[in-house]
Ligand binder design. Structure first.
Ligand code: ADP
Length: 247
């Protein structure tokens, strides 16, 4: 697969985030990582539990500030944003997709997908209308008014993807999006995210330990102990993807 020519949306530049453990030792959760994700590209960050994936996603979402280095969105250092700008970045520029979907119980799929618009004060009819094409895109036209309890796991994750995209963010951060799905449904979700990255020219950063993700990724970065590994990891055997530690 070729790397899309789109501009860098997210850049991590020698980012460091250390924690103090309860025993007083330093935990090098993210230890000098440089990585960029471009418009139209799906980058998979693969690593075992404790390797720093969640910390890295939180840094990308400006939910944590780095101890050193810079996290940039469309060229702008997130550390320079005022509080209101950070909130705006999180609400409007990022779409989040979680392992456990985080849909609202008892709320129809189309309104779950529209939730960011509703939170912004868009009237219900208008918000529903705006969410419908996204539900169509994820293959759920026939399920608009189904509540989450009437949807399969894969369908719930499709609603969550529609919700992430409904306000056309430039960046999607996906945290183990296939972790609650069987391998067939998981593969469909990965393929959908890959197609959407290209179609919408959105940058997708996906953290996972699902080996299937390599099949659809434009790039796979392997994370161990807060560092990106150069070269081959166990995922390389799963698919013919190009490996590199950073771009
Ligand atoms: P992953 O998402 O890959 O499981 P994390 O980013 O959650 O990894 O954690 C990376 C390392 O940082 C782990 O050793 C974890 O125990 C440690 N860690 C994460 N959050 C904290 C925290 N708030 N305080 C201390 N250590 C933490």
């Amino acid at each position: 697969m070729s790397v899309p020519a789109g501009p860098a949306v997210l850049e991590l530049d020698r980012v460091v985030k250390h924690y103090a453990s309860s025993g007083g030792e330093v935990v090098r959760a993210v230890d000098g990582i440089s990585l960029s994700v471009h418009a139209g590209e799906l980058v998979v960050l693969h690593g075992p539990s404790g390797s720093g994936k969640s910390t890295l996603l939180m840094l990308a979402a400006a939910l944590l500030a780095p101890d050193a280095g810079a996290v940039r969105f469309q060229g702008r250092d997130l550390a320079t944003l005022a509080a209101a700008e950070t909130a705006d970045y999180q609400r409007r520029q990022i779409g989040f997709v979680y392992q456990s979907f985080h849909l609202m119980a008892g709320v129809p799929a189309v309104e779950n997908a529209a939730i960011k618009l509703l939170a912004d004060g868009v009237p219900l009819r208008q918000a529903r209308r705006a969410a419908m094409p996204w539900l169509a895109r994820v293959g759920l036209t026939a399920r608009l008014d189904h509540t989450p309890d009437r949807l399969s796991g894969g369908e719930r994750q499709r609603v969550a993807i529609a919700r992430a995209l409904v306000n056309e963010p430039r960046l999607v951060l996906a945290d183990e999006p296939t972790g609650s799905l069987d391998s067939g449904r998981g593969a469909e979700i990965l393929s959908l995210l890959s197609q959407i990255a290209r179609e919408q020219q959105v940058a997708v950063l996906l953290v996972t330990h699902d080996a299937q993700a390599a099949v659809v990724a434009d790039r796979v970065c392997a994370l161990r102990d807060g560092k990106l590994l150069a070269g081959v990891s166990e995922l390389a055997a799963a698919a013919p993807v190009r490996w590199r530690a950073a771009s």
